[in-house]
Design a protein around this ligand. Sequence first.
Ligand SMILES: [Zn+2]
Ligand SMILES: [Zn+2]
Length: 257
Amino acid sequence: MLINNYHTHTKRCGHATGEDREYVAFALKNHMKTLGFSCHVSHTDFTLNQQYLSDIQKLKNEYQDQIQILIAFECEYVDDMIPYYQNLIQTKQVDYLIFGNHYTEFAGKMYNFCLSYKDITYFDIYYNALKKALDSHLFRYICHPDVFLKGYQKWDEHTIQFTHRIGRLLSQYDCYVELSGSGCRGHAYFNYEGKLVPPYPFKEFFKILKQYPLKFILGADAHAPEQLNDSAIAYIENMAKELELNVVQEIQFDERS
Ligand SMILES: [Zn+2]
Ligand SMILES: [Zn+2]
C-alpha cells in the first residue's frame, strides 16, 4: 500500500477510467497522505491541459484538510515542448513534472519504445531522450526507466549493457527512479528463463541499477482509482523489498526552490 503516490492518471488521456473524485475517494478510503495527479500532457490541445490544471486545483483546495493533492504532468521528451514545461514550473501551475520516456522524435522519425522492435539503435535514441530530459532539470521523477523492455521484449547482453549505461547516467542527477505498477497490468509479457514476466518493472534491470547510488520510488501509475492499491502495487513493493532497494517514501518537490 502506497501512502504517497505521485503517478496518477485521469480519464483525460483517453486510456484511463474513473472520475477525478473517485481517485480522491479511493485514496481517502485507503488513508493515503499524498495523491499526485500526473496525467499525460497533451502536445496539441493546450486548452485540455489548462482545464485539467484548473480542475485538479479545485480538488486540491476542496480536500486540503483531508489529503495532500498535488498537480503534475507526465511528459515525454519533445524539444518544442520544453518552453511550455518551463513555464508550467516557473508560474507554479504544477507542483512537479515527471518524465515518462514512451516515445520521441529523432532526425524526423518517431520512435515508440513501447511497440515491438528488435533494432538496438532504439537504445541510443531512448538514452538520448532520457539524457536531454535530465539535462533540462525539469524532471526529478523518472518513470519506469525500463519501459524500453516493453518494445524490445527480451533480456540479453545488449539490455544488460544498456542498463549499466542508464544506471551510470541516472546516478549523475538528483532524481528519483520509479518502479512503476503499470507494466504488470498490461498483457505485454515476455519470456524470461521459461517464465512469462511483465516487461517492467524488470527484476534483473533493477538488480543492476542497485549497483549505482540511486534513490528509488514506487509509483502506482494508476489509470483507474482501484489501481492505487491493487496487485501491481504488491508486485512492485515485493520487488523493492526483495532487492533491498533504497526506496524513498516521500518526496518534497519544492525543497530546492
Ligand atoms: Zn498512460
Ligand atoms: Zn504514467
